[in-house]
Design a protein around this ligand. Structure first.
Ligand SMILES: CC(=O)SCCNC(=O)CCNC(=O)[C@H](O)C(C)(C)COP(=O)(O)OP(=O)(O)OC[C@H]1O[C@@H](n2cnc3c(N)ncnc32)[C@H](O)[C@@H]1OP(=O)(O)O
Ligand SMILES: CC(C)C(=O)C(=O)O
Length: 553
C-alpha cells in the first residue's frame, strides 16, 4: 500500500446543498421494490441461472411479494430471451406483477428486447447508458452532446416500437449509469432528455445508480435530493435508486436516498450482484420492519427463502449476514446470554420487542429461539441455563448455575469446542450422576412434632439401611444419612419443579448442601415421586464429595 494514497486516489467532491432536508426525514412507508436478481444478480454469477433456476427465482420473488421484477437482459442471450417468452407465453406473471427488462442504448439490442415482450400485459423497458466522465471519454469516446443524442435516439426508438404494440401497458425506465460519479448537471440533462423523448406528462422511472460506490452515503443522499428538486415534471417522475455495495454501505445509501426523496429501490436478495453485490433488499426491508414499518414483503420463512436463493445463485449466504445468516440470532458471550435470558423471562405476550442483543424477534422470520444461545469458551451461566431449560426443561437455581458453569468451563478448556444443548445435558448428568443413584425404598411415618423415616439405599455399590427423625421427610432423611455416614450434613437450599406432563411427569429436586461445615455442593434428583427425588438429590450431592467417598470406602 502507498504511504500517501492521495497521490493515487482522489476524494469524492461533496455536493453544494447547504439547505439539505433529508437528514431530518423519517421513512414512514415501504418504497416500491424492484428485484434485479434475475438481471444484475444473474449477470454476476459464476454460472448464470439456467431456465429452471430462473423460474424458481421468479416464483420465489412473486411469493415474497415483489410487484416489479427485472427478469433479464433479453438481448444478451437466447436463454434470457426464451425466459421472458416463457413467462409471457405460459401466463406465469400474476396480474399485479410487472416485469422489467434491460437493454443498452443500442439500436439492434433495443429492437430485440422489445421483441421479447410481445404480448405482455404490462412491461417496463429499462434503457441505460453511462454518463460519467471516464466512461464518456474512455468507453464511448463521446462528448456530452453526443451522449444526449444517444439517449434521445434510443428512447425515441423505444417509444416508436412500444407505441406500435398498444396491447401492452408500457413504462420506461431510464438509468444514467454511474450516476454517482457523474457531474449532477450532466445526469439531470440526461434524465430530462429521456423524459422529453418519452413524452413529458407520461410516467417515467428515473433510476439513479451507485454503479460503483464511491462516497459516504450522505453524499449520495445529497445527490438524490439535488436531483429530486430539479426535475421539471416531478409529479410524473418516479425516482428510483440502484445502490451497489463496493464500500459496504449499500444499505445506508438506499436508506438515506429514501429520506432524500427516492420512492423506489432496486436490489437483490441477500445482496447478490456484481463485485461486492447489489443492495441487499432483505436488509432494507427488515430494517424498515424493525422500525415498525411494514415492508410489504414477506420473509416469514427466511431460511426457506435463503435456501432457495442459495440454490438459484449457487452461492452461499454468509453465516453473519444481517437477519438471515446462521449465526445472527446466536449469542456466545456470557453477558449477552445472561441479558437475553433475563429479558425472555420478563417478557409477556403483546409486549413491545425489547430483548437485548436481538434487534428482531427471530420467530417473525421463522427462526427459533433454540439457536439464539450457544455455548463456547466465552459463555457464562446464563446461556448454559437457558439451553438446559429450553431443551430439557431444567430450571436450575442460580447458585447451581454458577456451580455447573465451572464444570462446563473445565470441559470447554479441555476441548476448545462449542457445546450443544445435548453436550451440556450429558455433562450435567455426568457431573451430578443423578441417574446412577438408585431409587430408594422408604417408609415414612408422621408423628407428633415431625416425621420418622427408614430407607433402604444403594450407596457406593452396596446396600445401606438408614433411619432418622426430623421436621419433615427431607429433614428426617438428612438426619438419617448424617448419622449413617457420621458426617454433618445440612440443607442450605431446596427447590423442585416438574418436567414433562401427565403419566410421564417427573419431579426434579435441586439440593444445596453443606457437608461438615466446610464444603457446599449441589445434588440433583429426578423421580416420579417427589420425596424420592429429594432423597436422590441428597445422595447425588453426597457422592460428589471426594472425602465422602473415601470415608465410605
Ligand atoms: C452496470 C450494469 O450492470 S449495466 C448491464 C451490463 N450487463 C451486461 O453487460 C450483461 C449482458 N451483456 C451482454 O450479453 C453483452 O454485453 C451484449 C450482448 C449486450 C453486447 O455484447 P457485444 O456486442 O459483444 O458488446 P460488449 O459486451 O463488448 O459491450 C461493449 C460495447 O457496448 C457499448 N456499450 C456498453 N454499454 C452501453 C450502453 N449502455 N449503451 C450503448 N452502448 C453500450 C460499449 O461502448 C461497447 O461498444 P464498442 O464495441 O463499440 O466499443
Ligand atoms: C442501473 C444499471 C445501469 C446498473 O445496473 C448499474 O448502474 O449498476
Amino acid at each position: 500500500m502507498l504511504q500517501n494514497p492521495a497521490t493515487k486516489y482522489r476524494p469524492t467532491a461533496p455536493v453544494r446543498l447547504a439547505d439539505r432536508t433529508w437528514p431530518d426525514a423519517v421513512i414512514k412507508k415501504a418504497p416500491i421494490w424492484l428485484s434485479t436478481d434475475l438481471r444484475d444478480g444473474n449477470q454476476a454469477l459464476i454460472e448464470p441461472m439456467d431456465l429452471q433456476r430462473k423460474l424458481r427465482m421468479f416464483d420465489l420473488l412473486v411469493r415474497i411479494g415483489f410487484k416489479e421484477i427485472e427478469v433479464g437482459f433479453p438481448a444478451a442471450s437466447q436463454v434470457e430471451f426464451d425466459f421472458v417468452r416463457k413467462l409471457i407465453d405460459e401466463g406465469r406473471i400474476p396480474d399485479d406483477v410487472t416485469i422489467q427488462v434491460m437493454t443498452p442504448a443500442r439500436e439492434e439490442l433495443i429492437a430485440r428486447t422489445i421483441e421479447s415482450l410481445h404480448g405482455a400485459r404490462k412491461a417496463i423497458v429499462h434503457v441505460y447508458n453511462a454518463v460519467a466522465p471516464v466512461w464518456r471519454d474512455v468507453v464511448f469516446g463521446m462528448s456530452v452532446p453526443q451522449v444526449m443524442a444517444l439517449i434521445e435516439r434510443s428512447v425515441g426508438q423505444i417509444k416508436r416500437l412500444t407505441d406500435a404494440q398498444p396491447e401492452t401497458d408500457w413504462a420506461l425506465q431510464y438509468s444514467p449509469e454511474v450516476f454517482c460519479m457523474a457531474e449532477l448537471e450532466v445526469s439531470l440533462q440526461a434524465c430530462e432528455t429521456a423524459i422529453a423523448a418519452w413524452g413529458s406528462g407520461r410516467p417515467i422511472i428515473l433510476n439513479l445508480p451507485t454503479t460503483v460506490e464511491n462516497s459516504t452515503p450522505n453524499v449520495f443522499a445529497d445527490q438524490i435530493e439535488w436531483m429530486c428538486r430539479r426535475f421539471a415534471d416531478r409529479p410524473h417522475v418516479v425516482v428510483s435508486v440502484h445502490p451497489h455495495n463496493d464500500r459496504g454501505t449499500g444499505t445506508a445509501s438506499a436508506e438515506l436516498a429514501l429520506m432524500a426523496g427516492a420512492a423506489r429501490v432496486e436490489g437483490c436478495l441477500f445482496g447478490n450482484g456484481e463485485r461486492t453485490g447489489n443492495l441487499d433488499l432483505v436488509n432494507v426491508a427488515l430494517n424498515l420492519y424493525v422500525q415498525g414499518v411494514s415492508p410489504n414483503l414477506d420473509f416469514s420463512d427466511i431460511d426457506v427463502i435463503r435456501a432457495e436463493v442459495e440454490h438459484c445463485n449457487q452461492l452461499p449466504v454468509h453465516p453473519r449476514h444481517p437477519y438471515a445468516g446462521d449465526l445472527v440470532y446466536t449469542s456466545f458471550s456470557g453477558s449477552h446470554q445472561d441479558a437475553i435470558k433475563k429479558a425472555f423471562a420478563e417478557r409477556r405476550d403483546g409486549d413491545v420487542w425489547a430483548i437485548p442483543y436481538l434487534p428482531i424477534d427471530p420467530k417473525d422470520l421463522g427462526r427459533s429461539y433454540e439457536a439464539v444461545i450457544r455455548v463456547n469458551s466465552q459463555s457464562g451461566k446464563g446461556g448454559i441455563a437457558y439451553l438446559l431449560e429450553s431443551e430439557y426443561g431444567l430450571q436450575l437455581p442460580r447458585r447451581l448455575q454458577i456451580e455447573f458453569s465451572r464444570a462446563v468451563q473445565r470441559e470447554m478448556d479441555a476441548s476448545g469446542k462449542e457445546l450443544t444443548a445435548g453436550d451440556l445435558w450429558r455433562l450435567f448428568q455426568r457431573e451430578y450422576r443423578f441417574q446412577s443413584v438408585a431409587a430408594p425404598t422408604y417408609r415414612m411415618q408422621e408423628q407428633e412434632g415431625g416425621f420418622s423415616l427408614q430407607a433402604s439405599l444403594q450407596w457406593q455399590g452396596g446396600p445401606m439401611e438408614v433411619e432418622g427423625e426430623g421436621t419433615g421427610p427431607i429433614d428426617a432423611f438428612v438426619q438419617a444419612i448424617s448419622s449413617a455416614l457420621d458426617r454433618r450434613v445440612r440443607v442450605l437450599d431446596y427447590s423442585e419443579h416438574a418436567i414433562g406432563e401427565g403419566a410421564g411427569a417427573k419431579a426434579v429436586a435441586y439440593m444445596e448442601m453443606r457437608i461438615d461445615d466446610c464444603r457446599t455442593v449441589y445434588g440433583v434428583g429426578m423421580d416420579a415421586n417427589i420425596v424420592s427425588a429429594s432423597i436422590r438429590a441428597i445422595l447425588s450431592g453426597l457422592q460428589r464429595v471426594p472425602q465422602m467417598q473415601a470415608a465410605v470406602a
